[in-house]
Design a protein around this ligand. Structure first.
Ligand SMILES: [Zn+2]
Length: 355
């Protein structure tokens, strides 16, 4: 008789295999969520929490997987040499990266999710200054090296503002042979900082070997999706869309550009990044975003800064899934006043217009 531990588990499907079958959900936005939870400082936005409160990071990974994320991204966003230099803590660079990868791997392994290594905007790159290109390459190489050693199953370069910087990231990642996702930032203009239309930049990334190209961060669903549609039309590889879950508008297309005339007590009068609450998309808007992605055949779907687990659950359910958190999805039928259930006293149902 075979004991359980002699049975060989079916091999886990990789990113490209999953994308060929349908949508893949990737929850991002750890910085904002851990800031709200009190474990990370807004401003510098460096994920020291990975070393100082690893349990908080694990908990958030678990929460997002519970809500339907297929990818567990190592929390190495802004865990690079430049950001650590800014806060005077370069010595923790390798420990922070390896620990972030290990925390994510533990959760990914527990639930059959994919472990993603992550690199991001360096805030060093300047197109006209070749010396910065070498600096950036070295920063990516060290982080990607650790990601591979710690078992990453795919690599993500995200929130990249420059076409040239994205190309360096891609080149470094390609040396590994792992599946690659590159998502650019689109700010108020639909051109990269090196003045290339983002659609064109995505075409170049596809031509240079990226498996998935698209956009993350900065814009909410309303102002991100039109650009994503143009990218979908221009490339033949898989496309990624990970907006911030905020109600951005044509006049204020990014979450940094939002203004709040109804509030007079925001320091500096700019809602970004700590007073964006009133602009937050509700779960139904996130579900709508996911359905629109599906209509466009955009399959790598997620949310960035501002995302919380209830948003991700709404995305997953909109894609037709039942996830562990669906056990607690809303059912108003038993509500004391608004419920339709026969067990609710009629007298209380009658009070619904009073509350
Ligand atoms: Zn973001």
């Amino acid at each position: 008789m075979k004991s359980e531990n002699t049975m060989i588990a079916a091999p886990k499907a990789g990113l490209l295999e999953r994308l060929d079958q349908g949508p893949v959900i990737c929850a991002e936005g750890y910085l904002f969520e851990l800031e709200r939870r009190g474990y990370l400082q807004a401003g510098a936005f460096v994920p020291e929490v990975v070393l100082e409160h690893p349990e908080a990071v694990t908990h958030l990974h678990e929460d997002f997987v519970h809500a339907g994320s297929d990818v567990v991204e190592a929390f190495t966003y802004y865990a690079h040499r430049e950001k650590l230099r800014v806060i005077g803590r370069e010595t923790i660079l390798e420990d922070l990266n390896r620990q972030a990868l290990r925390l994510a791997k533990e959760v990914a392994d527990r639930h059959g999710c994919l472990l993603a290594g992550n690199i991001c905007n360096t805030n060093v790159y300047e197109a006209q200054e070749p010396a910065t290109h070498a600096t950036v390459r070295a920063m990516f190489e060290e982080q990607i090296g650790w990601a591979v050693e710690e078992g990453a199953e795919l690599l993500i370069a995200e929130t990249i503002d420059w076409s040239g910087e994205a190309e360096i990231a891609l080149d470094v990642m390609r040396q590994t042979g792992l599946p690659i996702v590159v998502t650019l930032s689109v700010h108020r203009s639909e051109r990269t900082f090196d003045d290339i239309a983002v659609v064109e930049a995505c075409k170049r990334l596809e031509a240079a070997g990226a498996d998935v190209v698209g956009l993350n961060c900065q814009r909410g669903p309303e102002t991100l999706l039109p650009v994503v549609r143009a990218i979908r039309d221009a490339v033949s590889c898989h496309v990624a869309a990970l907006p911030v879950p905020y109600r951005t508008t044509e006049a204020e297309p990014t979450f940094q550009s939002l203004t709040d005339p109804r509030c007079g007590c925001i320091p500096g009068d700019r809602p970004f990044p700590t007073a964006l609450d009133p602009f937050t998309c509700n779960r139904y808007e996130c579900a709508e975003f996911a359905r629109r992605c599906q209509e466009l055949d955009v399959r790598y779907i997620g949310l960035c800064c501002g995302a919380a687990p209830h948003h991700i659950r709404a995305v997953a359910e909109a894609l037709g899934r039942t996830v562990p958190a669906s056990r607690y999805s809303p059912d108003m039928s038993k509500h004391a006043f608004f419920g339709s259930d026969a067990a609710i006293p009629e007298a209380y149902k009658g009070r619904r217009t009073e509350i």
